[in-house]
Write a protein that binds this ligand. Structure first.
Ligand code: GAL
Length: 660
């Protein structure tokens, strides 16, 4: 990292020259040192088919550069112009009832449409040629938030490509029939071209068909991005990212394979700061060895014609940005610079108003600029410390849960619940996509991953054999790669490794079953696996309900390490307490080093430099907080000294401190 960036999304194509000149002056005043530009400007770049000019953007990028402001340039493919969509319903995104979308919003054209792809390649090439070597271009962003408004398109072209995809995956239709179990309900197909997309139907499509259609579309959007990346790379050395978002229907790991750095967008209000923290812990690991960016978040509040969030409380924005930088962000960027005067997002928080004055968020922006400047020397000479606890975050599991929510809801809130337990247990953690290496960790947790791929299982097994502690479950391992039920054992290959026999899988919700473990008791909920330990020891046992006496937590020595199996989800506050007790128990057993203890609502982010470990402590909840200093400490920014004991932080206060 050469510097820390503070940026905003900028739409100069929407404003006259006088406003642009004012913008540039104001950006310098506000401490903005980069902008992101171009993602919705296809019609400005190519107003009529084939008439492409990037001159306007080249001039703006050069002027910004002269003012010390870098540009992340975007490919404009989320907003195809009217000449591409008008009179062509077959090119439009089509929902599962067969309705094509109208022109007027974004992502309205199907990204698998061959003509969109063709024109897309041309405009991306024109962009890359025009701006790719400008000194002001510090990076690229592909498109904008793939799938932010759309799910899986069901247009005729998508269905045709779906058939090709199926043929490539299964080879023969007999194999597909067998893998999906299409003998059920006489679904069996005679040819690939008979397999429907999951269009509206009576009771519901075969689980395999539903999940595979999702995976198909995820691969296709990654292919769409890959085309763009290849073109950009021919004309530019600037690093490429995509501003992703966990809430959209994507395989982020697949997208990241073709990118140089990870970035994400999220817009929680200040009361939901844990959401941002989860993202920092995840995207930091999106591209190993490369810092991440917060590409979009509001300076104040999210909003559109439909309504808005409340604005952040005074002071929050600085805490959010400091936590991002200290977590490993190189860039922190707002949507958006100047309030829209038109469109559907006029109500969205911005840095400047549409009439050119500071907004309700502006003081926060100045605060972030000041904090960025203070932090920069300390952060450029250090890096996030290696975490010892890892949690697998699975986009594939997310697809499975949409098909089958197991009576516990969707993957994203479940993952968040797990994250909150780790946070409450005071364990600094990394969230890892499924394919990530497990080196350097002592404790791995894999909750809510119905399908464990053979590669994942092999990696986790090697981790345990070498001495790691792996907590698998709940709801992990009970489905195959085709979203069917394993027929060798309830949890497939995981089960043998865990030294248990799963006697029953069934829904525990409202059965009165209580889970008792680690000195805690909590109701259990959702789809569960109940165990008879064979080689393993029972660590948590069911009381009451339908199968009292069976285990729901077991532990089993495997090589030098241990595999802990969790068969059911403890519910509510008691459940959270049970899980926190479990994590504290196993973190101690795995030898996880204790973190700097903080009061709840205050966080401690570990970093290392040549001298060793230090912590950036931040009060996130706005109520002030404390950190328990185990030894005398020094503030790395102003050299203030503190004795061992309680360090007080003001509301949204922060410090970089090292024990001495
Ligand atoms: C993002 C999107 C931006 C803007 C923003 C508003 O999802 O990328 O273009 O719409 O939301 O919060």
């Amino acid at each position: 990292m050469q510097k820390l960036y503070y940026g905003a999304a900028y739409y100069p194509e929407l404003w006259p020259e006088a406003v642009i000149a004012e913008d540039m002056r104001y950006m310098q005043k506000a401490g903005i040192n980069c902008v992101r530009m171009g993602e919705f400007a296809w019609a400005a770049m190519e107003p009529h088919e084939g008439e492409i000019s990037l001159d306007f953007f080249v001039a703006i990028i050069n002027r910004l550069h002269a003012a010390g402001i870098g540009t992340v340039f975007c490919t404009p493919t989320p907003t195809p112009p009217i000449w591409l969509s008008h009179g062509h319903p077959e090119r439009m995104y089509t929902d599962n009832r067969g309705y094509p979308m109208a022109h007027g919003a974004r992502q309205h054209v199907c990204t698998n449409n061959p003509y969109l792809r063709e024109r897309g390649r041309l405009i991306v090439e024109a962009c890359a040629r025009a701006v790719g070597r400008l000194p002001g271009v510090i990076g690229w962003q592909t498109d904008n938030e793939f799938k932010c408004h759309v799910g899986e398109c069901c247009c005729a072209e998508c269905v045709r490509q779906w058939h090709e995809w199926l043929e490539a995956r299964y080879g023969t239709v007999a194999r597909l029939n067998d893998a999906w179990g299409t003998a059920v309900w006489s679904e069996a197909y005679e040819r690939f071209d008979q397999v429907p997309a999951p269009m509206a139907t009576t009771m519901g499509h075969n689980a395999a068909l539903q999940t595979m259609y999702r995976l198909f579309h995820r691969e296709k959007i990654a292919e769409f991005q890959r085309e763009q990346v290849a073109i950009i790379r021919r004309h530019s050395d600037a690093p490429i990212t995509h501003n992703s978002n966990r809430n959209f229907l994507l395989d982020n790991e697949l997208l990241l394979r073709d990118l140089d750095f990870a970035s994400f967008d999220n817009y929680p209000d200040c009361d939901h700061w844990q959401e941002m923290l989860l993202d920092y812990d995840l995207w930091r690991n999106g591209k190993a060895g490369r810092p991440f960016w917060v590409m979009e978040t509001s300076p104040a509040h999210n909003g559109g014609l439909w309504g808005y969030h409340k604005p952040h409380r005074t002071g929050y924005l600085v805490a959010e940005a400091v936590a991002a930088y200290a977590s490993g962000a190189e860039g922190f960027s707002h949507w958006l610079w100047r309030q829209q005067r038109a469109g559907v997002e006029q109500n969205h928080g911005a840095v400047l108003s549409a009439w050119g004055t500071p907004t309700v968020g502006y003081a926060g922006v100045l605060g972030v600029s000041a904090a960025r400047a203070l932090l920069e020397p300390v952060l450029l000479n250090s890096a996030p410390a290696q975490r010892e606890v890892a949690m697998t975050y699975s986009d594939r599991a997310r697809a499975y849960f949409i098909t089958e929510p197991y009576d516990v809801g969707q993957y994203i809130p479940l993952a968040r619940r797990w994250f909150d337990v780790l946070l409450a247990a005071g364990l600094p953690r990394d969230l890892l996509f499924e394919g990530a290496a497990l080196d350097g960790y002592k404790l791995l947790t894999t909750p809510f991953v119905p399908y464990l791929s053979p590669e994942y299982l092999a990696r986790a097994r090697a981790f345990v054999e070498a001495g790691g502690l792996w907590i698998a479950g709940p709801l992990t391992g009970g489905r195959t790669g085709e979203h069917t039920v394993p027929t060798d054992a309830a949890l497939g290959a995981l089960e043998g490794l865990a030294g248990v026999e799963t006697l029953y899988t069934y829904p525990l919700t409202n059965t009165g079953a209580l889970g008792v473990a680690f000195g805690q008791a909590a109701p259990l909920t959702g789809w569960a696996a109940t165990f008879l330990p064979t080689g393993a020891a029972a660590m948590g046992v069911l009381e009451g309900g339908v199968t009292p006496g069976l285990a729901f937590i077991t532990e089993h020595q495997v090589g030098k390490g241990k595999l802990v199996l969790l068969g059911a989800l403890p519910e509510g506050e008691d459940g959270a307490a049970l899980l926190a007790a479990m994590f504290r128990h196993y973190a101690a057993e795995a030898g996880v080093a204790p973190a700097l203890e903080t009061s709840s609502g205050t966080i401690a982010l570990p970093r290392t430099d040549d001298t060793g470990l230090f912590w950036v402590v931040v009060n996130m909840d706005g109520w002030g907080g404390t950190a328990a200093l185990p030894a005398p400490a020094v503030d790395l920014l102003n050299r203030e000294q503190f004795p061992a004991g309680t360090l007080e932080l003001a509301a949204y206060g922060w410090r970089a401190i090292r024990m001495v």
